[in-house]
Design a protein around this ligand. Structure first.
Ligand SMILES: Cc1ncc(COP(=O)(O)O)c(C=O)c1O
Length: 390
């Protein structure tokens, strides 16, 4: 008998990733100006690399750690949560994960049954959408208020709650919009979660990158949210550790064993060498984080100045956080098909961006630009766009 072995509906229902597709197309070309990647281009600081090398030399990295992560690392994470997130935790509430992504996936798996609904803002980080779909859940998109810096529409969130809603999932500071949800909005969101017995799943990957006096607020700092929030964090952005695949989540100690049941089949434990690197990152002075932040702020300012010179082509909200922004395309050809617009921009102007449709229905008509690149790259991309659109 011939034929193809069957692939699951849950995987088939996931479309191609626009981000990876743009990367693939960019690789086929020479001398592309990249504004499409959300990964830090700076290298991991030396003291962090040294911490990993020492652990390897000392023979500490050859086996699994506890599934929840090295105890010493979890202790440092507890201190960090208290210091920087105002979250009172203990080590039984920490699960060290393979980046924020695996933590988020494990959280969704632990909370969502087939057919359950998860409220996500639109636009939002595309991987969140896929994580809900792969758990056979249904993402319910609630539009952000674009003209108000892509803020949360709390009333619309409440209206979207049904008897099938299990969770609200979002990132702040946001990929792709760069918005930072206000403490006030997040407190109201928390109230909705409590009123309807929902789980809030947060992605705080960009927690340290806020600008213009805006502050990052962690919902888990509200004691009444105990048992109703799973907060996911990462070393990827804070310490430029993309490839180390190391992050962690915080949740009530009664939830952690359940989430761990989802973590083990995918990971067993986070890479041990990376756990030692993460320990090195947390134990050292935090100057590198402030330096990255300064760089992103200056890159953000440059990108906004350059966008101002293209006001006939793009309208934009100034990002208050992360290192991403989502300008609206004013040109007719980009209003309804951001994918075609971005592909054309790549082919004809040599500038790689990401189509907004990747980030949910109201992402259409936009394109995502990343400013975690050297300033020369921003100038090169915008010089090309100015010539191309003139
Ligand atoms: C919002 C958000 N969450 C998570 C990640 C990935 O995090 P990690 O590398 O820790 O899995 C990214 C990377 O772009 C991101 O933008």
């Amino acid at each position: 008998m011939t034929g193809k072995a069957r692939i699951s509906e849950r995987v088939l229902s996931i479309g191609k990733s626009a981000i990876h597709e743009m990367t693939r197309l960019s690789r086929e070309m020479e001398d592309v100006a990249f504004l499409s990647w959300a990964k830090p281009t700076s290298g991991t600081p030396e003291h962090i690399r040294e911490a990993a090398i020492s652990a390897i030399r000392d023979g500490l990295t050859g086996g699994y750690s506890e599934t929840s992560g090295l105890e010493e690392l979890r202790r440092e994470i507890v201190d960090k949560l208290k210091r920087d997130n105002k979250v009172e935790a203990d080590i039984s509430q920490i699960l060290v994960t393979v980046g924020a992504i695996e933590g988020l996936a494990a959280a969704v798996m632990a909370v969502v049954d087939p057919g359950d609904e998860v409220i996500v803002p639109s636009p939002t980080y595309s991987t969140h959408i896929r994580q809900v779909v792969i758990a056979s859940g249904r993402p319910v998109f609630v539009p952000l208020v674009e003209e108000d810096d892509f803020s949360l529409n709390i009333d619309a969130v409440e209206e979207a709650v049904t008897s099938r809603t299990r969770a609200i999932m979002f990132c702040t500071p946001s990929n792709p919009t760069g918005s930072v949800f206000s403490e006030n909005a997040l407190r109201r969101l928390a109230e909705i979660a409590l009123d309807h017995n929902l789980m809030v799943i947060t992605d705080e990957a960009y927690e340290y990158f806020t600008y213009d006096g805006l502050d990052h607020f962690s919902i888990a700092s509200m004691p009444e949210m105990k048992g109703h929030v799973i907060s996911c964090y990462t070393f990827t952005k804070t310490y430029a550790m993309t490839g180390w695949r190391i992050g962690y989540l915080h949740a009530d100690s009664e939830l952690i064993p359940q989430i761990t049941k989802a973590h083990i089949p995918f990971a067993i434990c986070a890479p041990v060498v990376s756990q030692y690197a993460a320990l090195g990152a947390l134990k050292a002075p935090q100057d590198c984080v402030a330096e990255f932040r300064e760089h992103y702020l200056s890159a953000r300012n440059l990108m906004c100045e350059r966008l101002d010179r293209l006001e006939a082509v793009f309208d934009y909200q100034r990002p208050g956080g992360s290192y991403l922004m989502l300008p609206r395309i004013l040109r007719e050809e980009g209003r309804t098909d951001s994918t075609a617009f971005c592909k054309k921009l790549l082919k004809e102007a040599g500038v790689s961006t990401t189509p907004g449709i990747a980030f949910g229905p109201t992402g259409e008509g936009h394109l995502r630009l990343s400013f975690c690149v050297p300033e020369d790259m921003i100038n090169k991309a915008f010089d090309r766009m100015e010539t191309y659109f003139s």
